[in-house]
Design a protein around this ligand. Structure first.
Ligand code: ARG
Length: 271
């Protein structure tokens, strides 16, 4: 089996993360975040990527945009083109202009979604095999599926998310490779579980502990999975599949409902 190798990612340095003062998903705990702690965790994640030979591009956080740290939500990047996100909640709309500037400065072609289409980048989408998997229900809807299918010229598999704790697809589902996907069944409608069973050769269930421990919010490069600390059962499953587990602490970001994958926008990878 061929394995993807990540070459370059975009991350946002948390400088004002503690300014978080709203709740738009059930994990969020405004008033409990320490920017210094977040920065320490973030730097460790950067170091982990660099040890894997990944180049980390950095955008600095802007004041009053606490969730700007979640770089993956900002756009779907492919071949120096980016489909710029449109956030569902007003609280996050101000982030886009800063990323738009960054992508433009770096020479990316920016593709804009029509005005009534919402999409939160790789928070809700995965390019998997020749398909696009998308999570619908909290931050994207059927119109998003349609628009992205056209823009990317791909078959779109729409998965209905039914539990607000799993508001983004990358909180309840983790594609490990072309054969294997991990998912947390209670996050999805009966119908969507059926769809996954049909299309995924090796579909593995997360336990409740793994799902609530943010295991879905992992990043895989080659035979290494970088994931949230504290879920030994996930480590065992990965080892059985031939993957090395690299644990990183991202607990400060979980206080906003985000984790390792949310912090990481993959700009370039080999397939
Ligand atoms: N507080 C942010 C929100 O609710 C967290 C986003 C995390 N990103 C992700 N890809 N799950 O939008």
């Amino acid at each position: 089996m061929k394995h993807k190798l990540i070459k370059r990612v975009l991350m946002c340095q948390p400088l004002f993360f503690n300014s978080l003062n709203y709740v738009i998903n059930p994990w969020m705990k405004p008033g409990t975040i320490t920017t210094k702690k977040a920065l320490t965790e973030w730097k460790q994640l950067v170091k982990t990527y660099e040890q894997q030979g990944i180049t980390v591009e950095v955008i600095n956080q802007q004041k009053n945009n606490p969730d700007m740290v979640f770089a993956t939500d900002q756009g779907i990047v492919r071949d120096k083109k980016v489909i710029l996100s449109r956030f569902w909640h007003d609280e996050r709309k101000g982030e886009t202009v800063h990323y738009e500037k960054w992508f433009r400065k770096k020479g990316y072609t920016i593709l804009y979604l029509p005005n009534d289409i919402y999409c939160e980048g790789n928070g809700d989408t995965f390019l998997w095999r020749d398909k696009l998997l998308i999570g619908l229900g909290y931050r994207a809807d059927k119109k998003t599926s349609h628009a992205l299918g056209k823009l990317l010229d791909r078959e779109v598999i729409s998965l209905e998310i039914t539990d607000p704790k799993f508001y983004h697809l990358d909180v309840g589902l983790f594609p490990l490779n072309n054969e294997t996907i991990f998912y947390y069944p209670p996050a999805f409608s009966q119908k969507s579980r059926g769809v996954l069973k049909k299309i995924v050769p090796n579909l593995i269930e997360f336990t409740r502990e793994e799902a609530y421990g943010f295991c879905a919010n992992s990043v895989v490069t080659d035979h290494h999975v970088i994931h949230q600390k504290g879920t030994p059962t996930f480590q065992t499953k990965l080892k059985q599949l031939g993957y090395a587990s690299i644990e990183v602490e991202a607990g400060e970001f979980m206080k906003s409902g985000g984790g390792i994958h949310c912090l990481t926008n993959i700009l370039e990878e080999t397939t």
